[in-house]
Design a protein around this ligand. Structure first.
Ligand SMILES: [Zn+2]
Ligand SMILES: [Zn+2]
Length: 243
């Protein structure tokens, strides 16, 4: 049955953005076959697909200190998948979050289950940006994932305290330093959260994983705040950087 909401805000295919009738699957079957979803072997740390000469960890994760492990990502940030993520992030397609979350559960159920996560968090966005965009897409995805996993979503504990300029030109070390100062843990909120919830095995959700600097900065803070393990879960992951 088609409701008035479907007419006003019709569900759209997250790949082609075409309007779908509500009793159909959200993604067109044809579109589904156009995406190269990540499958094994992928990096045990960040979830990036491994090339033929990589074992267990991608070059990036072998080279750098990582305070997280056990990550998964749906597909590489390229082609149609990139276009989908760009709409999700910049063009009000917050609704894609539920389908992305479904794909994560569908494709990585074992890996996600084996994390034994007790808390789902999102990489925070600066308040100013959230107001401008209307939502933090990482948080939208994190909430959808948390519901499907039956794990509590923890809001507001991890905060973005500083507005950071795009960091493409910065070196790796400078980028991490810059980011470490951009995030903070709200101790008061964390203490309140810990009264009712475990906070040991954390899933940290972001939309796109690029160099891992953001994850590293956040993971360090979460470990310092008492978490025992942090796993990055993302909708898209950039191809490897060898630098
Ligand atoms: Zn489609
Ligand atoms: Zn990796």
């Amino acid at each position: 049955m088609i409701s008035i909401l479907d007419v006003l805000y019709p569900p759209r295919c997250p790949i082609c953005d075409g309007v779908r009738l509500s009793d159909e699957p959200v993604c067109c079957p044809g579109c589904l076959s156009k995406i190269s979803f990540i499958s094994e072997p992928y990096c045990l740390c960040c979830g990036r697909p491994l090339s033929a000469d990589e074992r267990e960890f991608c070059y990036d994760c072998q080279k750098r200190t990582r305070s997280y492990a056990g990550g998964v990502s749906i597909a590489v940030y390229e082609g149609l998948w990139r276009e989908s993520i760009v709409r999700f992030k910049y063009h009000s397609r917050e609704e894609y979050a539920s389908w992305y979350a479904e794909q994560l559960i569908l494709r990585f159920s074992d890996r996600l289950r084996n994390l034994h996560a007790d808390t789902v968090l999102a990489v925070p966005m600066h308040e100013r940006k959230v107001r401008k965009r209307g939502y933090n897409q990482a948080e939208s995805l994190a909430k959808e994932l948390a519901v499907r996993m039956g794990v509590p979503f923890c809001k507001g504990v991890l905060q973005r305290t500083r507005y950071t300029a795009p960091q493409k030109e910065l070196s790796d070390v400078a980028r991490l330093q810059n980011l470490t100062m951009a995030f903070a843990v709200d101790e008061e909120k964390l203490t309140a959260y810990k009264k009712d919830h475990a906070f040991e095995r954390v899933i940290l959700v972001d939309d796109i994983y690029t160099t891992g600097s953001t994850m590293e900065a956040c993971a360090r803070l979460l470990l310092k705040a008492g978490a025992k393990a942090v796993a990055p879960v993302t909708a898209a992951i950039a191809g490897g950087f060898v630098s």
